[in-house]
Design a protein around this ligand. Structure first.
Ligand code: G6P
Length: 362
């Protein structure tokens, strides 16, 4: 059945709101059986033999892959390289002895990603696609595919597919880690984490009025904005910046907070919005230093932190999850900021100018 907006005015808000249900569906599908994770044994055996994973994707799926690298390296102890498909296709890195390719694509139709898949197959390499569309071109052409189970995503700006990609990456990292008898993976209660994440997203979604007020105060009349963070918070800064720029047309960049002093700080002037994600304990105090630097130059700072990293005056304090899963919550924060800024500018939330839902040309 074709997706409809139901009682919503936009697909984007509907899809944002569906995310807790998407996480519960993924958990149910992949993790409901306590004795084994629902991932083909043959796939796990092949992956266990790999010496390196290559994640290839475009756009939001690329940003989800950055999170996937952290999940895989932590729980499987195998190295991961992440590539933007359009770059990878023409500039192949030197491959390891036993490479394994993982493609992420909401639509399963992105030409840049497909080009890499075709070449990988030509080279006889093993391939897996994580996709929301199981009868798509990439799903058909790869050796294996796993469903994202997000349900049809219609708004051009990807929201629930990003969340689903991270959750399925986590499932796969857990499954492979268990297969490899990695202690961290064996001990990781992913089912519980996904359930906490779903509840956490519900909590973020319950604060929509606060987000709307925040974007009204900080983002109306602004032409530039910045997202800053370190580690996993840097990964999500890139996605949050893409979300805001692609639908509101506010020129937004995501930066590694530590790079601020190496250039970006020159752009901070009176009232420039700088949104910081501070969920990583290891680097929280350094990033707090960056917050002060931006404030001292008149920037309008928003801090999104967690119960573990919070400071006084932080606008949003999120529940704490496994660190690599925090993008399940901070990602939603970025989505809501993008959504309300765009709405308040009177722009078309679902159909931004110049963009297509899936890009089938290289
Ligand atoms: C287009 C869409 C993006 C998407 C990207 C990759 O640019 O506008 O939202 O992230 O393609 O799409 P895929 O379907 O491969 O995830």
């Amino acid at each position: 059945a074709a997706a409809t907006k139901g009682t919503y005015d936009t697909f984007m808000l509907k899809e944002i709101d569906e995310q807790p249900a998407v996480l519960r569906r993924i958990s149910q599908h992949y993790l409901a059986n306590n004795s084994s994770i629902n991932v083909p044994a043959e796939l796990l055996q092949l992956m266990a033999q790999a010496d390196r994973f290559y994640f290839v994707a475009a756009g939001t799926s690329y940003h989800a892959s950055l999170v996937g690298k952290r999940l895989f390296e932590k729980y499987t102890k195998k190295p991961v390289e992440v590539g933007v498909a359009s770059e990878f296709g023409y500039h192949w890195p030197l491959l390891s002895q036993k490479p394994f390719f993982i493609f992420l694509s909401q639509s399963g139709e992105t030409a840049d990603s497909r080009q890499v898949l075709v070449e990988a197959k030509k080279r006889g390499l093993s391939t897996l696609v994580l996709t929301n569309v199981v009868n798509s071109t990439l799903a058909r052409e790869a050796d294996f595919h796993l469903p994202l189970l997000a349900g049809p995503e219609i708004a051009v700006a990807s929201t629930k597919a990003y969340t689903a990609q991270i959750a399925v990456e986590a499932v796969l990292a857990k499954a492979l880690g268990v297969q490899l008898q990695e202690r961290l993976a064996v001990e990781w209660d992913l089912q519980q984490q996904l359930s906490l994440a779903a509840v956490g997203i519900d909590r973020v979604l319950a604060e929509k009025d606060k987000f709307a007020a925040l974007t009204k105060e900080y983002l109306t009349d602004q032409e530039h904005a910045f997202y800053l963070g370190r580690g996993i918070d840097y990964d999500v800064s890139l996605e949050a910046a893409l979300k805001l720029k692609e639908i509101s047309y506010v020129h937004t960049e995501g930066f590694a907070a530590g790079e601020l002093k190496h250039g970006t700080i020159a752009l901070i002037e009176d009232r420039v919005p700088a949104i910081f994600f501070i969920t990583e304990k290891l680097t929280a105090s350094h990033t707090r230093g960056n917050v002060q630097e931006v404030k001292a130059r008149g920037g309008n700072v928003v801090v999104v932190s967690t119960e573990e990293t919070k400071g006084s005056g932080d606008q949003f304090v999120l529940p704490t999850l496994t660190p690599e899963l925090m993008p399940l919550l901070t990602g939603v924060v970025g989505q809501l900021i993008a959504y309300f800024s765009t709405l308040q500018r009177g722009l078309n939330v679902d159909q931004p100018r110049n963009l297509a839902k899936s890009v089938t040309v290289e």
